[in-house]
Design a protein around this ligand. Sequence first.
Ligand code: SF4
Length: 398
Amino acid sequence: MSFYEMKELLKRKLRDKELGIALERSKKSYLAKRRRCLRKYSYIKELAKEVRSIKERVLSKLDEFVKQAIDSLEENKVQVHLARTAEAAREIVGDIVGSQKLVVKAKSITTDEIGLRSFLLEKGNEVWETDLGELIVQWLGSKPMHFITPAINIRRERVAELIRENIGVEVDPDDIPGMTRAVRRFLRGKFIEADFGVTGANVLSADTGSLFLVTNEGNGRLVTSLPEVHIAVVGVEKIVPTLGDAFKVCDVIMKYAGYEAVAYLSAITGPSKTGDIEKTIVYGAHGPKKVHVILLDNGRMEASKDPILREALYCLRCGSCQYLCPVFDLVGGYWGGDAYVGGIGVLWNAITGRIREAMIQSFFCLGCGKCKEVCPMNIKTPEVIREIRARWIREKFG
Ligand code: SF4
């Protein structure tokens, strides 16, 4: 999209009343939850600072931590793949899955970054997003509009229509629990029959090789336990040194996302196994027989060596900055790329190879600094956006 196309799109969205109502409803609910969390758990700001210093330590020696994580994962009988690019990651997953398979997915921005759903569909697979917001996005054929709330731009009235169109069930637009029940019934069989479960991870501990998933709906548990094979696509910046550090990251994500504690905090350390018959280890007791982890670089290693762009890698994807950005407040995730939206999205588009897109998006940032103020990692988003713009201009015009 060119600068002028984006400008016209955002101008149209400014006049979109439905979008305005949907954004206002979500923001109001988030702000109340965030205020409550930060007031009730007064330790959280200090913990967030500690998490930033843990991540600083990892990012200064990312190669070493990647190696340690690979060793630990392999010790746990996980099949590990290191993908340098988005294309390589897609190919690895494509080779594991093949075609004519049923795949269920949990919400994962990293899989959106590599365009995994459409790639697997093109290979002739049946693929279902199982997070309710992501399923709405899939039905719409659009893109996620927020890190935590992918369908933040969609009003309940439209969701009711989508349910009627896609699963043939009539639901009252004021009956949100009824809509949730309809989707639950629709997805139940998919979980049970799926060949593959695909997820990302919120954090990965290098010492134990444990993947953490922070979820509320329960779909993450079903995706990672019912199919015979679990595939996780994990950005290398998600690695932290220890299991204890991983819990700290999860706590900060939960609180800044507005949840005191999520319904499900899952730690996955290898395939399911039993040794209950004569101490003979058998993999695939009740959960997956195989777990594949694709560690994704796609610009992260290079960014970790760049003192300015490294800032992006501290992001925990809590979504605070998106809810509280004055530009996002008006146009939502239409300001952004396919996976990464809002101010922090500019940084992520820049480091994952979409520099032209990032530069265009950078011109819509007001530079007010609200994002930095509300960010648990104190990410200097406006400064980095200015630098991305300056570098691009220097490169183009000397
Ligand atoms: S930049 Fe900060 S506030 Fe925004 S999603 Fe990332 S961690 Fe959260």
